[in-house]
Design a protein around this ligand. Structure first.
Ligand code: COA
Length: 175
């Protein structure tokens, strides 16, 4: 199966959430039961890349998705060199809340495509509303390795997960 050309917003009437399997239960459960609810509640947005052909039920399988939301960090979490240039109140950041690729498509470059797409999205938002960095809470060591490859740096522990960040200034230079 091949993937479509464009990332689109999750639409549960069109996209088959049930068949999504990235190999990690937490992320599978999120797309199946939480992502649409969170969009309805207005707290995050999930963008996905559907397959180019539908299933017999008429819905399109999900090849990859990412979820974004606004967030904030404390300046004390940043290295001192960066922290000293920032105010003492919470520092606005973008949260890359979720990112996953269906296991059928692993190791074919789709993780990179999905990450780059999400970074471009953040750059567009940043044009209108500034944030200091993008943060991500890694589900496990593998995820950490994936983000390290793209120059994310360790920030702090958050809910037992390794939180990583990349400054928006760095991301903007990429596009
Ligand atoms: C992590 C994930 C998104 C990678 O997707 P993918 O489509 O297999 O990744 P790509 O094929 O685009 O690989 C991009 C690069 O990342 C590297 N990479 C991929 N998976 C990796 C892993 N688990 N650990 C370390 N590096 C990894 C690849 O080697 C590749 O680098 P290379 O070009 O130098 O070889 C995918 O394995 C996934 O969905 N995992 C489950 C969900 C998850 O952990 N998401 C992270 C959220 S916190």
């Amino acid at each position: 199966m091949t993937w479509a050309k464009e990332f689109v917003e999750l639409d549960k009437a069109i996209h088959d959430r049930e068949s999504f399997d990235c190999g990690k239960t937490e992320l599978n459960d999120f797309i199946k039961t939480e992502a649409a609810k969170h969009m309805k509640a207005g707290i995050s947005r999930t963008m996905l890349l559907p397959a180019s052909t539908p299933l017999p039920n008429g819905k399109y399988p999900i090849c990859a998705f990412y979820t974004i939301a606004p967030s904030s960090i404390n300046r004390e979490d940043l290295p001192q060199e960066l922290a000293k240039k920032l105010p003492h109140y919470p520092v606005p950041v973008f949260l890359l809340a979720q990112l996953a690729v269906h296991h059928e498509y692993h190791k074919q470059g789709l993780g990179e495509i999905t990450l780059v797409k999400s970074l471009k999205y953040f750059v567009e938002i940043n044009f209108h509303l500034r944030a200091y960095a993008i943060i991500v809470d890694c589900i496990d060591k593998e995820a950490e390795q994936f983000y390290l490859k793209y120059d994310f740096q360790e920030l702090c522990k958050h809910n037992d997960k390794q939180r990583m960040y990349i400054p928006m200034k760095t991301v903007q230079k990429l596009f």
